[in-house]
Design a protein around this ligand. Structure first.
Ligand SMILES: Nc1ncnc2c1ncn2[C@@H]1O[C@H](COP(=O)(O)OP(=O)(O)OP(=O)(O)O)[C@@H](O)[C@H]1O
Length: 432
């Protein structure tokens, strides 16, 4: 009996020891797994040193060191962690629900990568025809660039869930053979910058400029107020606004974008010189109003046809001194328009731009306010056109009547009272 109870005690003790050992092992595994997840998350979200783009048009050069930040786990990673990160990134991309294209498909669609249509900071862009017959743009990210990889993940993960007619939507991606490619809606008229600064595309009329401004404002309004969580673009500039066949504009290039909730404090200044919010430069904190500032600069760029890196803002400040902020912005207008613009529209758009670049972020309008003002400007234009058409149609009708009367009795002109009646009816129509 004593032996039995001793055996029982030993058995229970061994069981407890094994149980404790298993619990410790499970705890260790859990903590190890969680640590790896944190590394993965921070590497995919944290802003490593990203180049400041110095050219608002199509090129870009690096001002700040574009190596990975010292505290970044990517830099200090051993092979194991780094390969685990690759797996993590891939699973993030797959979980975005975006269609994946094979390298072979895209090789064929681009004629073996011969149909170059543009060159970005992180690689070339090709025109491609998918087997469905759809024309698309394929952006190939430089394989040797950490930033290219980061841009790839940001674009796939963000654009996978953002859909709006004023954003250059992502159609799919390819991550194969060490290559990273992004497949976009094809924007046949290229970038706004190429229209503002290249003679080969012809002059952008004032009417088209305002329409483009509203399209961009709508795209940004969606990012700020429609997307959940909100997204801050962080690199609004004329090179990142693309135009379709009908010259309707969409916001492109989400490589630097961030979800507002994830990380609003960047260790390094990112974006493009000339468009950067001074408040962001001094505080290193970006928010929706930093995009609003860049949008204000873009509005002035559209008005003046002048590059923000070539003295646009000095020019704006000079014009502002003569304009009281609200009217008198005429001297700023692109001289190539040769006076072909509506002065009231110009003053409304310029006043809005001036508010958007206010040094105090709180005083800047929201993107929703921007959309409202620009929509009103366009609506007013439509109303004016409608009224003008009405007047000219009425005039034409009267002209026909008069002609008919005159052709019926060429030698007996319409009696004075009848003429008076016709004129009165014109006045009535005009009031309508
Ligand atoms: N979806 C697209 N449809 C048509 N052309 C495009 C498309 N995307 C890019 N392009 C062309 O390729 C050029 C390079 O685009 P990309 O976005 O790579 O660089 P970027 O915006 O000019 O420069 P950065 O990458 O420095 O911001 C654009 O200026 C445009 O002419």
């Amino acid at each position: 009996m004593k032996e039995e109870s001793t055996g029982l005690i030993i058995g229970i003790s061994i069981g407890v020891v094994i149980g404790v050992l298993l619990a410790i092992l499970a705890l260790f595994c859990f903590r190890y797994h969680r640590k790896r997840l944190q590394i993965g998350n921070s590497s995919s979200r944290r802003a490593a040193n990203v180049p400041i783009r110095t050219n608002g048009a199509d090129a870009c050069s690096i001002l700040s060191d574009s190596t990975v930040a010292p505290e970044s786990p990517v830099k200090s990673s051993q092979n194991g962690i780094s390969s685990w990160l690759d797996g993590f990134k891939k699973s993030c991309v797959i979980s975005s629900g975006m269609p994946e294209y094979s390298f072979k498909d895209l090789q064929k669609a681009t004629g073996n990568f011969t149909s170059v249509i543009g060159q970005g900071a992180f690689g070339p862009v090709y025109k491609a025809t998918l087997p469905s017959g759809e024309t698309v743009a394929v952006k190939v990210l430089a394989t040797n660039s950490k930033q290219g990889e980061k841009e790839f993940q940001t674009e796939v993960m963000l654009l996978g869930r953002l859909h709006h007619r004023n954003l250059v939507n992502l159609i799919g991606y390819c991550a194969e053979r060490g290559e990273h490619m992004l497949v976009y809606v094809y924007m046949s008229k290229g970038s706004l910058a190429s229209h503002l600064y290249s003679d080969k595309n012809g002059l952008l009329s004032w009417n088209v400029r305002v329409r483009i401004a509203l399209d961009v404002a709508r795209g940004l309004e969606y990012l700020h107020d429609g997307a959940v969580p909100p997204v801050i673009h962080r690199d609004i500039k004329s090179a990142n606004i693309l135009l379709d066949q009908s010259m309707r504009a969409r916001v492109a290039d989400f490589g630097l974008s961030r979800e507002e909730v994830v990380d609003s404090h960047a260790a390094n200044i990112r974006g493009t010189l000339g468009y950067l919010d001074p408040e962001y430069i001094s505080s290193r904190t970006f928010n929706k109003k930093s995009d609003v500032y860049s949008f204000g600069v873009l509005l002035f760029e559209i008005i003046a046809g002048r590059n923000p890196q070539q003295g646009l803002m000095e020019y704006v400040e000079l014009a502002a001194m003569n304009s009281d902020g609200k009217v008198g912005w005429e001297e700023l207008v692109d001289s190539r328009l040769d006076g072909n613009f509506d002065a009231q529209e110009l003053n409304e758009v310029a006043a809005l731009a001036y508010k958007s670049i206010n040094r105090v972020p709180k005083k800047r309008p929201s993107m929703r306010d921007n959309v409202q003002v620009l929509s009103r400007v366009l609506k007013q234009r439509q109303n004016n056109r409608f009224n003008q058409n009405l007047v000219s149609t009425t005039r034409d009708e009267i002209g026909i009547d008069v002609d008919q009367v005159e052709s019926r009795s060429p030698r007996s002109p319409m009696p004075e009272h009848q003429r008076q009646q016709s004129t009165d009816s014109t006045a009535e129509s005009f009031d309508v």
